[in-house]
Design a protein around this ligand. Structure first.
Ligand SMILES: [Zn+2]
Length: 313
């Protein structure tokens, strides 16, 4: 009896040890920080979207600025600071987009991997409007080809943090780039369908400079590159003249800028006995609600282009 029982006893001991070992290994895997998704904190929704597209399930991405939030005026809250402190990687736009967060971001960059995704773009490709002496236009996401360069910066920084996932990030980036290039082509065709004389995009602030250059539409804003700049009666009169002289059909509000600026323009046109319509809401410096098509970068662009084409054509 004993001779038969011993192997059983031995086997059950063996499986007990095996189960223990497996459980121990599993608990190590769960606690191993290199296996948990990389914690990425981005300032704007557009940058968070890039990190999600490239990082897939290997990253856990949070955006500090939600729908309707103006990045030029945004100040970091206490909970933002806590979130930034816990991040493995910080991504921001740079080129002074986050005007009121510059100091916070600079301090964090000394302690944490931080990447300004637009700052790496060749300055020859950046716009430097003469009226904003020495400042580059930060709204690079409105030219898809420039945004692809920002995506490359994101891919590189994710790969530096997680070299073992480099191939995964690069293959996601390649697939997303193909999608972006198709969208770029579609935008070009759509904007070209607006008669040249009507192809003028008037908004509250100068967010669409790159869009105008890339897709061949004239752009004009009431405020400057940053919503922090004021506009005067002179700017208002200049745009009212353009609208009346060129018979512009519509002007556009932006989701992250108060409507009163564009309404002042509409009233200015009415005071001269003419009419201009509100062409609808564009997403300029912030995306739409999460879970809606406009809550993604590609959906935001599609929405803007459809709105512009419908109002101006
Ligand atoms: Zn802006």
């Amino acid at each position: 009896m004993l001779k038969i029982k011993t192997p059983h006893l031995f086997l059950s001991w063996f499986s007990f040890i095996a189960v223990l070992t497996a459980a121990f290994t599993a608990s190590i895997a769960a606690a191993d920080p290199s296996k948990a998704p990389l914690k990425v904190v981005a300032t704007t929704g557009m940058i968070a979207d890039l990190a999600e597209e490239v990082g897939g399930d290997r990253v856990d991405v949070a955006a500090l600025m939600g729908p309707g939030v103006d990045p030029h005026l945004y100040k970091a809250t206490l909970s933002d600071l806590q979130q930034l402190q816990r991040a493995d990687l910080i991504l921001y736009n740079g080129l002074h987009l986050e005007g009121k967060m510059a100091e916070v971001l600079e301090k964090l960059a000394k302690k944490k991997p931080s990447v300004a995704v637009a700052s790496g773009i060749d300055t020859n490709l950046l716009l430097q409007p003469p009226e904003y002496e020495g400042q580059y236009d930060p709204h690079v996401w409105f030219d898809i080809k420039l945004w692809i360069k920002a995506m490359e910066a994101v891919t590189l920084s994710l790969s530096e943090q997680r070299p073992e996932d480099k191939q995964f990030f690069e293959s996601n980036a390649a697939a997303y780039m193909a999608e972006l290039l198709r969208l770029d082509e579609w935008i070009r065709e759509q904007i070209a369908s607006i008669p040249k004389a009507q192809r003028v995009l008037i908004t509250a602030h100068d967010a669409f400079g790159y869009f105008g250059k890339a897709y061949d539409i004239e752009v004009m804003g009431l405020q400057g590159l940053s919503t922090a700049s004021e506009f005067g009666l002179h700017d208002l009169k200049r745009l009212v003249d353009v609208i009346i002289d060129r018979r512009i059909k519509a002007v556009f509000v932006e989701s992250s800028v108060p409507q009163k600026f564009i309404l002042a323009l509409k009233e200015g046109v009415q005071a001269r006995g003419a009419e201009v319509a509100l062409g609808g809401e564009l997403f300029s410096d912030a995306m739409g609600e999460k879970g809606t098509p406009e809550g993604r970068y590609t959906g935001m662009l599609r929405h803007n282009v459809s709105t512009i084409v419908q109002a101006l054509r």
